[in-house]
Design a binder for this molecule. Structure first.
Ligand code: TTP
Ligand code: MG
Length: 595
C-alpha cells in the first residue's frame, strides 16, 4: 500500500519560515490585527485589575466597615466585567471575521493554483489528497488566524500584568508562589516533546486509515465482486488498531499533564495560605492581599492549562500549512510563452516533426513520430493497446510538453501560442466520458454564455442525441446525477459528441470508446461521428472499422513508433502491422456487419 508521505508531515509547533509566509496572508487585514491586539491588551489589563480591587475592598472597606467605599469598589468591579464582556464580543467577532477572510483568500488561491497544474500532477496525486488540501488543511488554519495569533498576545499580557500586580503588593509572597514555576516549565517542556511524538504517530496512522478507506470505497465493486469484504475488514481493523493505540498514547500524555498542572496549582495555593497566612498573623500582610494572590494563582494557571490546546492548534496549523505550501509550490505547470503568437483563424493544419515524449523521464512512449495532417482531413490512429495513441492527443492540446521535436498548428509551434488560445480551437472527446453535476444542457455548453440554447439543441440534433434527451422528464434541463449514472454509456457518448460539436472547433480529437454498444445505438453513434468529423481537421483514435475506412489517412502506431501510414487499401496491400491488426481485430466487425 502506498503511504501518503505528504500526510505524514510532522509539522513543528512553530516554524518561523512557515509563519512568515502565513503572516503574508494576514497582511491585507493588518487593520483587524491591530484592532484585535489593542482590544486584547485592554482585556488582558482588565482581568488582573479585579483581584487588586478585591484586595482594596477587603482591606480598606470591609475591615473598616466603609459601606460607601465598598459600593464604589463593587461598582468598579461590575463595570470592569461589563466592559470586558463588550470587548470580548468585538474581539470574537472581528478575529473570526478576519480568520474567515484570510481562509477564503487562501482557498481561492489554492483552487486557482490547482487549475493551473498540468495533468502530470494529477497523474501522480490521488484526488482525495488534493481535496483535503483545499478543505481540511485550510480549515485548520482558521483557528490559527482567528484566535491563535491574537491569543498568544493576550496570554503574555495577562501573565505580565499578574506579575506586576503581585510584586507590587508583596515581593516575598510572590517569590514563594512562583517557586512552583520551574517545575511547571519543566513539566510543560516534557509534555510538549512527548505529545509531539505521539502526534506524529497519530497523524501517520490516520493518513493510512484515510487512504485505505478512500481506496476501498472507490473500489467497492471490486471488493464485493471478489467477496473480499471479510479480508478487507480485517486489514482495516489492523490499521484502525494502530491508529487507536497512537491516539490513546497521545491522550495518555494529556491525562498526565492536566493533573500535574492541577497539583502544582494546588501547591501554589497551599503555599499562599501557609506563607501568606503566617504573614497575616504576624501583621506584615493584609488578608486582602492573600485573597488577591489566590485569585492571581488561578488566573495564572489558566493560560498554562490552555497551553496544551493552543499547542495542538499550532501543531496542526503548521503541518497543514506546510502541506498547503507544498501544493502551492508545485511547479508542474505547462507554461505559457512570454510573448505569445496570435493564432487568428485556424485552418487546421497539424505537423508532428520528430516528436519524442515520455511521461516519466527516459521512458519514451512516443519515439521520433512525424506526420502531417492537411486542413479538413480526417486521420485515424490505430495500434495495439499502450501503443501511444492517447498520448498523441494529449500532446496536441499541450496537456503535456514534448521532450524533443515540434508540433505545429498552421505552421506555428504550439509552444509559442497561449495554451488557452490553442485549446479554443480544439475539441476533445475522451475515451472515458466525464459528465459534471448539473443539467444535460450545462453538460453540453459547459455554461459558456457564448453558446445559445438553439446551438445546444442543434448540436444534439446533429449527433442524434435530441430524441432521447427530449424524452427525459425535464428534457435539456434534466439533472445529471452522480456523474451520469442514470444515463447509458451510449447516451453519455452522444452528449459528449454534442458538447464537442457545440463548441464548433476547427480541430477535433476523438478517442473512440472501445466498449461495444447495441447495434441501434452503434448506428446512431457511427452517424454522429461522421457528422462530427465533417468540415474540420480530425484525429480519431479508431476502433470502428467504418471510421478507419472513411479516414483520409491511417497512422499505425506500434510501441510508440509510427510504423505505417496510408489509406486502408494501401496498408492492407503492404501486408504489415495494419494487415495483421485487420485480420485480428477489424475483420470481425466486417463479418458482423454482413450478418
Ligand atoms: P497510451 O498512449 O494511453 O496508449 P493507447 O492510447 O495507445 O492505448 P489504449 O488503446 O489502451 O487506449 O499509453 C502509452 C504508454 O504511456 C503506456 O505505456 C501507458 C503510458 N501512459 C502514462 O504513463 N501516463 C498516461 O497518462 C498515459 C495516457 C499513458
Ligand atoms: Mg488510449
Amino acid at each position: 500500500m502506498s503511504v501518503d508521505r505528504d500526510d505524514e508531515i510532522l509539522g513543528k509547533a512553530y516554524d518561523s519560515q512557515l509563519m512568515k509566509r502565513l503572516l503574508g496572508y494576514v497582511k491585507p487585514y493588518k487593520k483587524y490585527v491591530v484592532f484585535a491586539i489593542i482590544l486584547n491588551i485592554v482585556v488582558a489589563g482588565l482581568g488582573p485589575v479585579r483581584p487588586f480591587l478585591t484586595k482594596i475592598a477587603i482591606d480598606d472597606y470591609i475591615i473598616t466597615s466603609d459601606y460607601e467605599g465598598l459600593f464604589i469598589i463593587a461598582a468598579f468591579l461590575v463595570g470592569s466585567l461589563m466592559m470586558q464582556a463588550v470587548i470580548q464580543y468585538f474581539l470574537t467577532y472581528y478575529t473570526q471575521l478576519m480568520g474567515q477572510k484570510i481562509i477564503f483568500d487562501l482557498r481561492k488561491k489554492v483552487f486557482a493554483h490547482v487549475q493551473k497544474l498540468a495533468l502530470k500532477f494529477f497523474d501522480k496525486t490521488p484526488i482525495g489528497r488534493t481535496v483535503t488540501r483545499v478543505t481540511n488543511d485550510i480549515e485548520s488554519l482558521n483557528e490559527l488566524f482567528s484566535s491563535g495569533i491574537v491569543m498568544v498576545f493576550s496570554d503574555l499580557f495577562i501573565i505580565f500584568w499578574i506579575f506586576v500586580f503581585m510584586f507590587f503588593m508583596t515581593w516575598d509572597l510572590s517569590l514563594v508562589t512562583l517557586s512552583v514555576l520551574p517545575v511547571l516549565i519543566y513539566a510543560t517542556f516534557l509534555f510538549r516533546r512527548k505529545v509531539r511524538e505521539a502526534y506524529r504517530d497519530e497523524r501517520k496512522h490516520l493518513a493510512r486509515l484515510n487512504s485505505y478507506m478512500q481506496e476501498h470505497v472507490s473500489g467497492m465493486s471490486i471488493v464485493q465482486l471478489f467477496t473480499k469484504e471479510r479480508e478487507e475488514r480485517k486489514r482495516y481493523a489492523g490499521i484502525g488498531t494502530d491508529y487507536r493505540t497512537a491516539k490513546i498514547n497521545a491522550v495518555f500524555y494529556y491525562a498526565i499533564f492536566f493533573p500535574v498542572v492541577e497539583i502544582l496549582s494546588s501547591i501554589a495555593i497551599g503555599l499562599i495560605i501557609w506563607y501568606g497566612g503566617g504573614n497575616v498573623l504576624q501583621g506584615t500582610l493584609t488578608i486582602g492581599s492573600v485573597i488577591a494572590f489566590l485569585q492571581y494563582t488561578e488566573m495564572f494557571f489558566r493560560p498554562i492549562r490552555d497551553l496544551s490546546e493552543k499547542y495542538n492548534i499550532m501543531q496542526t496549523a503548521m503541518a497543514s500549512s506546510e502541506r498547503l505550501f507544498n501544493l502551492l509550490d508545485d511547479k508542474t505547470i505547462v507554461e505559457n510563452p512570454e510573448s505569445p503568437k496570435q493564432l487568428g483563424t485556424v485552418t487546421g493544419k497539424i505537423d508532428f516533426k520528430n516528436v519524442w515524449f515520455a511521461y516519466n523521464k527516459g521512458e519514451y512512449v512516443l519515439k521520433d513520430v512525424s506526420f502531417s495532417i492537411n486542413p479538413g482531413e480526417t486521420i485515424a490512429i490505430v495500434g495495439a493497446t499502450g501503443a501511444g495513441k492517447t498520448s498523441i492527443n494529449n500532446l496536441i492540446t499541450r496537456f503535456y510538453d514534448i521532450d524533443k521535436g515540434s508540433i505545429c498548428i498552421d505552421g506555428k509551434d504550439i509552444k509559442s501560442i497561449r495554451k488557452e488560445t490553442l485549446r479554443e480551437h480544439i475539441s476533445i472527446v475522451l475515451q472515458d466520458i466525464f459528465l459534471f453535476s448539473g443539467t444535460i444542457k450545462s453538460n453540453i455548453n459547459l455554461d459558456y454564455e457564448g453558446i445559445t440554447d438553439a446551438q445546444v439543441i442543434d448540436a444534439a440534433k446533429t449527433v442524434g442525441a435530441h430524441d432521447f434527451i427530449s424524452n427525459l422528464p425535464n428534457g435539456y434541463d434534466e439533472e445529471v446525477k452522480e456523474k451520469g449514472a442514470t444515463l447509458s454509456v451510449g447516451q453519455k457518448q452522444l452528449i459528449s459528441f454534442a458538447r464537442a460539436l457545440a463548441f464548433n472547433p476547427q480541430i477535433l480529437i476523438l478517442d473512440e470508446a472501445t466498449s461495444s454498444i447495441d447495434t441501434e445505438t452503434e448506428n446512431i453513434i457511427q452517424k454522429a461521428i461522421e457528422k462530427l468529423l465533417m468540415g474540420r481537421t480530425s484525429i480519431v483514435i479508431a476502433h470502428r472499422l467504418s471510421t478507419i475506412q472513411n479516414a483520409d489517412k491511417i497512422l499505425v502506431m506500434h510501441k510508440g513508433e509510427l510504423r505505417e501510414m496510408g489509406s486502408h487499401q494501401e496498408l492492407l496491400s503492404q501486408k504489415g502491422i495494419y494487415y495483421k491488426l485487420y485480420q485480428l481485430q477489424y475483420k470481425d466487425q466486417e463479418v458482423l456487419k454482413t450478418i
